[in-house]
Ligand binder design. Sequence first.
Ligand SMILES: Nc1ncnc2c1ncn2[C@@H]1O[C@H](COP(=O)(O)OP(=O)(O)O)[C@@H](O)[C@H]1O
Ligand SMILES: [Mg+2]
Length: 252
Amino acid sequence: MSQQPLIEITDIGRKYVIGAETIHALKSVTLNINKGEFVALMGPSGSGKSTLMNILGCLDTPTRGEYILNGINVSDMTDDELAEVRNKEIGFVFQTFNLLPRSTSLDNVALPLVYAGYSKSKRSEMAQKVLESVGLGNRVDHKPNELSGGQRQRVAVARALINNPSIILADEPTGNLDTKTSVEIMALLEEIHSNGNTIILVTHEEDIAQHAHRIVRMRDGLIEDDYLNNDIKSVSPRLAALREKGSDFENI
Ligand SMILES: Nc1ncnc2c1ncn2[C@@H]1O[C@H](COP(=O)(O)OP(=O)(O)O)[C@@H](O)[C@H]1O
Ligand SMILES: [Mg+2]
């Protein structure tokens, strides 16, 4: 696979000043992620994972250092400029799904397209397609409270995919799901990764992190460890069968 840099972060820091106290949530983080990687970001509570994810997702800017996303220097952008980059480049999946409760699956998934300027019929057509791709073609008219937790997270994943973003950022996507449903969501993320998407996943569960191809561990606002996972656990039946046959995964 060609090594195209997607994320280039150099010596970034993020501090919060509260009264007389300064909290260095990120001290100095340097990290490069290429297109097509599947990275798990781990570390104890308070180690800076969410702060780093917020910066990666252009929801926040570092107080020091440089961030180049897909060739664009986003370190010093205004909030409006960041919002535009975010809409185009990033798909978010959260622990708590963050769906609009009174909207159908179709409308939740189609929402990001409103800002992209598509017509209503085009938006519905695109949302229908993505919902089918995550196995929810028969749940398009359901509202979140008419869906199971796993189905809600599938809707959220479909919404993250709809703009064809360069990166999927998932902050504890299985944190609110039981083990069986977590496995289904990880299988879905594996499929999405095998289609060429870049995924960065925050988790504190070793089991979940084992699905990723690279593991980055944080502690006290620093990267403590960063290594390729030699023991990838695959739960997607399709991918597991391919693996059994000894297919070259990077070229599926
Ligand atoms: N908005 C904020 N204001 C002040 N301190 C914050 C804020 N967000 C995070 N922090 C602090 O920064 C550190 C890192 O937090 P966070 O990135 O949320 O860690 P994690 O996601 O790994 O649990 C913690 O000490 C936290 O209390
Ligand atoms: Mg966090």
